[in-house]
Design a protein around this ligand. Structure first.
Ligand code: GLC
Length: 556
């Protein structure tokens, strides 16, 4: 196998904005690195790992929320949108992190959570104090109950239980997520104005882009009478549904677009929008947020037919929106892909509800049933990653996947943090298992995460996946990610892909315009390769004419 992919025929297109085909690495700040030894990751911890981020070869870091928060939902309950949680540092620490990342050529994306605030947010506290009928309550969605003890409707929150919570004076407020996350009223001009202030606040501090949380839920038609849950469920999702994916949400984003374009270079955004495929281009269009997550790979099995369909569909959608496609295998909301791919198929059913995750039953069993094949899962994860990184468009990576980390199932009830666990009465254990602090070294109270333990318990097997261990091993997943990202940078080309017929339903082969080729064998049987000059493979190839099962190879 050739060791280096620099091909004289490679055309690197330099005129495209970074976000179109960038690799964005998601950092979950409370679990990345702990500089002050309180068991919770912090901003200074991220800065202290700047060499690691640079060596990885990513284009941007996306920071999950680091704002003041009571952590009712892992930081997605924001008490102040324009500050840093004192437990994580200060605005000065944030500025230092941005400067450090920029000095290494890494862009910064922050998370904006506009559907709801924390119940600790000043506005909500004032709404509670001011009472029914007050102007303060207008910024949220307060209603009278159906009677003294029943909520206004039978709507259910995304984390289970009623979507309404009663306050002391008897009114109810809407919360589509946890009780501590009251939904904002996006018909209110002050709500709209305040988010523009927030976007400018971070853009002025040098932030390059924004990830928009549940971008499809902000605007709502709350005119009376409110429909019941079953009536809502029967309505089409055509832009007029009272609660979901409404056309009028794009009025909000049109205003944000003007904010983004007022900067040089324009700030970017990516929508987290769980909407029907046909509606994704609305969010990804240049008049709206400009790019949207596509979670299809994340929901697919490790399966050639499914992967090929996902790629075809999403390249078409990207074309329709004028944006590039995004690709995601893991994030802070789902069971890690090394684990998903190591579980038997029935466990990997796809679910429409984004909160119910593949592998959820395995987590509930404490990681016992069905039996996880760790080695196969990691091998498939590496193959899937190389497949993804070869695709036209942007790839989003989640911290720890570059180590081949598995989901952690061994978390006892007393250590669990995810509201999903509490609101489902333990039926769904939620997302703590992918949010366990990273292992940086094979020893120490928290495997080098910090000097004094970790806020979610790390299992002993984390030692084998420590950064220090994998850095020393040329065959590790980390070494593969580093080689792949460096090579990808030199091979990147225009956003096109051509399929090459393989005659084997388990093998996918595509070619990029500059001759970069990717072949993935999703099956168990070996496949005879059409070429022998591979520049990278997800496993060591014993015979460079043969692609073993669960393996990807790149040619250039
Ligand atoms: C998004 C986030 C998730 C959070 C939810 C509510 O889906 O990714 O972590 O719980 O929004 O803010």
């Amino acid at each position: 196998m050739a060791s280096n992919g620099t091909n004289p025929n490679t055309t690197v297109s330099t005129d495209q904005p970074w976000w179109r085909q960038g690799v964005v690495y998601q950092v979950y700040p409370r679990s990345f690195a702990d500089a002050n030894g309180d068991g919770l990751g912090d901003i200074a911890g991220i800065t202290s790992r700047i060499d690691y981020l640079e060596t990885l070869g990513i284009d941007a870091v996306w920071l999950s929320p680091f704002y003041p928060s009571e952590l009712a939902d892992g930081g997605y309950d924001v008490a102040n949108y324009r500050d840093v949680d004192p437990k994580l540092g200060t605005l000065a620490d944030f500025d230092e992190l941005v400067a450090a990342l920029h000095s290494r050529g890494i862009k910064v994306v922050v998370d904006i959570v506009p559907n709801h605030t924390s119940d600790q947010h000043e506005w909500f506290q004032r709404a509670l104090a001011a009472g029914r009928g007050s102007a303060e309550r207008e910024r949220y969605i307060f209603r009278e109950g159906a009677d003294d003890t029943s909520p206004p409707t039978d709507w259910v929150s995304m984390f289970g239980g009623s979507a309404w919570q009663r306050v002391d004076d008897g009114q109810w407020y809407l919360h589509n997520f946890t009780i501590e996350q009251p939904d904002l009223n996006w018909s209110h001009p002050e709500v709209r104005a305040d988010f523009v202030t927030t976007l400018r606040f971070w853009a002025d501090r040098g932030v390059d882009g924004f990830r928009i949380d549940v971008a499809h839920m902000l605007t709502k038609d709350m005119s009376e009478p409110l429909l019941s849950r079953s009536e809502l469920d029967a309505l089409p999702l055509d832009g007029n549904h009272p609660l979901l994916d409404r056309d009028d949400v794009h009025e909000v984003y049109a205003e944000w677009r003007r904010v983004f374009e007022s900067y040089d270079p324009p700030r970017t955004a990516v929508a987290e929008a769980w909407v029907h495929k046909s509606r994704v281009p609305l969010y990804a269009s240049r008049d709206s947020l400009g790019q949207a997550f596509n979670f299809d790979l994340l929901q697919a099995d490790f399966d050639a037919e499914q992967f090929s369909r996902v790629v075809r569909d999403n390249l078409e959608l990207a074309h329709a929106s004028g944006s590039s496609s995004t690709w995601v295998l893991s994030n802070h909301d789902v069971v890690r892909h090394a684990t998903r791919y190591g579980l038997p198929h029935p466990e990997r059913d796809s679910h429409a509800n984004p909160v119910h995750k593949h592998g959820a039953d395995w987590v509930v069993s404490g990681g016992v049933t069905p039996q996880l094949d760790r080695v196969a899962g990691e091998r498939r994860a590496r193959a899937a990653t190389l497949f993804m990184l070869g695709l036209p468009g942007a790839s989003y990576l989640y911290q720890g996947e570059e180590l081949g980390l598995h989901e952690v199932a061994e978390i006892d009830a007393s250590s669990r943090q995810d509201p999903t666990f509490f609101r489902s009465a333990g039926a769904d254990f939620g997302r703590d298992g992918c949010r366990v602090p990273l292992p940086w070294s094979a020893t120490g109270t928290s495997f080098g995460f910090g000097s004094n333990g970790a806020h979610l318990p790390q299992p002993s097997w984390f030692a084998d996946y420590a950064v220090s261990v994998e850095e020393a091993d040329r065959a590790s997943t980390l070494s593969l990610y580093r080689r792949a990202l460096a090579l990808r940078r030199s091979l990147q080309t225009t956003e096109q892909l051509q399929w090459v017929e393989t005659g084997n339903p388990a093998v996918l082969h595509f070619r990029r315009p500059n001759g970069w080729e990717v072949v993935t064998n999703f099956g168990a049987e070996s496949y005879a390769l059409p070429r022998r000059d591979a520049v990278l493979a997800s496993e060591t190839l014993d015979d460079d004419g043969v692609l073993p099962g669960d393996t990807t190879v790149w040619f250039a």
